[in-house]
Design a protein around this ligand. Sequence first.
Ligand code: CA
Length: 548
Amino acid sequence: MNYLKNTLNKKTTPQSQPIPGSAQVANSAGGYAFAVDDWTRLTRFLVLGAEGGTYYIGERTLTLENAEAVKRCIQSDGPRVVREIVAVSDMGRAPKNDPALFALAMCAALGDDATRRAALAALPQVARIGTHLFHFAAYVDGMRGWGRGLRQAIARWYNAQDAGKLAYQAIKYGQRDGWSHRDLLRLGHPTPATEQHTALYHWITQGWPGVGDAPHPDPALRPVWACERLKRAADAREAASLIRDHTLPREAVPTQWLGDPAVWEALLEQMPMTALIRNLATLTRVGLLTPQSDATRKVIAQVTDKARLKKARVHPIAVLSALKTYAQGRGERGQNTWTPVAKVVDALDAAFYASFGNVEATGRRWLLALDVSGSMGGPPIAGTPGLTPRIASAAMAMITAATEPEHQIVAFSAPSGGGGYGGQWGGQSGLTPVTISPRQRLDDVIRETDKIPFGGTDCALPMVYALKNKMAADVFVVYTDSETWAGKIHPVQALREYRQRMGIPAKLVVVGMTSNGFSIADANDAGMLDVVGFDTATPQLMSDFARQ
Ligand code: CA
């Protein structure tokens, strides 16, 4: 009986047991990992949400777990939660705004006075468009009553927008989740800020009083007149000219005109960035985007415009999702098909890198390690069809690889028999050499990543591999759900052994790809950092950490 090995050895512990004396907890896969603190969990939730759950945790349980963590944060420092929500939402760091709206509703319902006030004051910054406001209303409605503070906040939301902007909001976002502007105006009951607001509130709650031939004399209200006219348009030509003259959005267009190229051409002239990225397939299908057309040139110029991407808060996940779908030439549900224009795919590829903002090379040696075990093929990130954590990890790694000249990329999963590496238990090594690089287009990267075989999970493999092969690395980046179980040594132990034997104070960055509560990083080790996958702030955080 090896008493030392089984009880006190803090240097080599199988992942099926906690490191003696550490605060490790059981993860969902039968292994042990560190619990992330509630503030890290809050960021994971705000960025990744809980939609679809994880491979191990159902959506409902994951949502409840995250809500509990948010609640604990609100109890400990509510105003800080509101600041964090605003930071993630207003900077467009998350693929979806729903988790931010949900957490804000929690602050408005469960917080102390100061927290509630802060939450309601932040409402316009977090609920920036009509749809956001409807989501917020649906969340908050289930959590608290419609007291005076809440009603006033809703009233302020409407009165604070100038009439032109508010008209556009009302035209574009009619209703969602069983909530409409009419419902909210009745609850908020704002005293109209201007005469124009009076007219708009009347239109929203009671309809437009008659639609004449002459455009409305007030430019701020004219789009509302045009929107009503569009409902009665006699042909596509009239529809197109109303859209063009009054900058009407796609949402205002009756379905019978949505297959018409002239209508789409008119829409394209003023199409907002996010709508453009979402509608590339349709624009191709109706024949506007061809390899040589003016429309294609225009679209490419817009999609690759860094300033516009930033201003429109286009999230890299939205770009990646559009690229994946567009390049495959058929919808995720398989009904529509189109012939992708190569230049448009190239433009989306460039837009993906641009949407993270600029990060400067640190000159450090990076080992980027993708967990490609079975669980990483689990539910897609933020409910985005086809974007599994493993594919998202590969795309995320491309950002650092594109910036840092000294990098290597490996993918790891333990042999399916469980445990062992370097073939010591038989079977193949758990590390797969990958040939992906940022010089490839992302649809290629996705295809290559998809082909890597699945296996068990051993998150220590990158460090063990680097030590065995005497590879010098200053920073290990592991993209994972931290549901590690199959290794004979914990990742942090493997890292410490690597530091000692290589004489390099190597750091470890854990990129959390799901909103579960685990990490392989030890928060008590200053050389380890937890970041959140697909937070647009992550590449900069990683680079700062590597440089420190
Ligand atoms: Ca796994």
